[in-house]
Design a binder for this molecule. Structure first.
Ligand code: HEC
Ligand code: HEC
Ligand code: HEC
Length: 114
């Protein structure tokens, strides 16, 4: 009994250590300022705001690196996210599906009119 309890405790401690190391790595990073995604030539540039996404350490893992790489323009190097992919629930469309957040169909919310 005693022995298996000790095992359980050390297992939990090890799992917590792994989880905390990930959180710690992100907690060392500043939340980046707003930036523009400018690879789209045929439509207005899109501003992405970490702040407006109410991002807090260590929430970073919601997007990084499951959905987006942690360097501007590197998730799909040299190419913008395709609107067709977002409509199909990828990239911004993971959340912008009209349920978790406003739908990709609401173009001007991301591409302000010139
Ligand atoms: C809602 C999704 C989302 C969350 C949550 C998020 N990010 Fe990002 N982050 C992005 C996107 C989108 C990019 C740009 C990726 C690209 O262009 O390929 C990015 C890029 C970055 C970059 C690179 C900026 C540059 O100028 O190259 C850093 C650094 C970064 N994120 C840090 C963080 C940190 C730290 C957190 C948590 C505090 C966080 N991110 C949470 C979406 C997110
Ligand atoms: C949730 C935000 C968001 C919404 C809403 C949105 N877009 Fe985009 N769109 C983006 C991002 C981000 C990119 C990639 C920007 C970059 O990398 O330069 C993009 C890229 C594009 C591109 C270039 C890539 C391609 O597929 O040819 C076009 C065209 C485009 N959007 C049109 C639209 C239209 C039309 C709508 C409405 C039906 C729309 N967008 C709605 C965020 C959005
Ligand atoms: C992890 C989920 C998630 C992802 C991924 C995500 N968003 Fe959002 N976004 C949200 C939520 C939630 C809101 C706030 C609710 C709403 O406005 O519907 C929001 C709000 C916004 C807003 C409105 C901000 C304001 O002015 O209040 C813009 C613009 C936006 N997102 C653009 C983007 C773009 C561009 C991408 C991809 C590069 C993206 N989002 C990816 C969840 C996400």
């Amino acid at each position: 009994m005693q022995k298996s309890r000790r095992w359980t405790i050390s297992f939990i401690a090890a799992a917590a250590a792994v989880a905390l190391t990930g959180a710690w790595a992100y907690s060392q990073m500043p939340v980046p300022p707003d930036f523009q995604l400018t690879q789209t030539k045929d439509y207005t540039p899109v501003t992405f705001s970490h702040k407006k996404h109410a991002v807090k350490n260590p929430d970073c893992t919601v997007c990084h690196v499951k959905i987006f790489q942690m360097k501007k323009g590197t998730t799909i190097p040299g190419k913008p996210f395709l609107i067709a992919d977002m409509m199909a629930g990828k990239y911004c469309g993971t959340c912008h599906n009209g349920q978790k957040a406003f739908a990709v169909a609401e173009c001007v919310k991301c591409h302000p009119k010139k």
